[in-house]
Design a protein around this ligand. Structure first.
Ligand code: 5GP
Length: 116
């Protein structure tokens, strides 16, 4: 079996994580190296490597992740002011952890698309 991702290890309680939300399909944790005052990662429990690996059977899960993003933004108090949602995919997309995750960034003014 492939080695567990760092996010699967956090989900399974093998290493600590700062959880802000959990349900049967996904979790949300604070990013260990926050790029904004609010920086939460919404992560499916299923270890899908990247958005490129989603299959038709993940249709509902993919939608659910966005609904959880919305919930987390409200919970973190940035829903009204605005926030940024980012999914990095693959090497050139800047993805460093091969377990699909959605960044929720907020609490400061952002511009452009973050192409640095
Ligand atoms: P990516 O670059 O793959 O889109 O984002 C990976 C994110 O995971 C980075 O923002 C990084 O700071 C975060 N990260 C990496 N390792 C850990 C960890 O062990 N715990 C937490 N909470 N976040 C992590």
């Amino acid at each position: 079996m492939a080695e567990k991702t760092i996010f699967s290890r956090i989900i399974d309680g093998e290493i600590p994580g700062s959880f802000v939300y959990q349900d049967e399909h996904c979790v949300a944790i604070r990013d260990i190296n926050p790029a904004a005052p609010v920086h939460v990662l919404v992560i499916p429990r299923k270890p899908i490597p990247s958005i490129a690996d989603l299959t038709p059977e993940d249709h509902a899960l993919a939608g659910h992740l966005l609904m959880v993003v919305r919930k987390v933004a409200e919970q973190e108090g940035v829903a009204e002011r605005g926030y940024r949602v980012v999914i990095n995919a693959g090497d050139e997309g800047g993805q460093t952890v091969p377990h699909l995750h959605v960044h929720v960034l907020g609490g400061k003014q952002m511009h452009g698309h973050g192409t640095a």
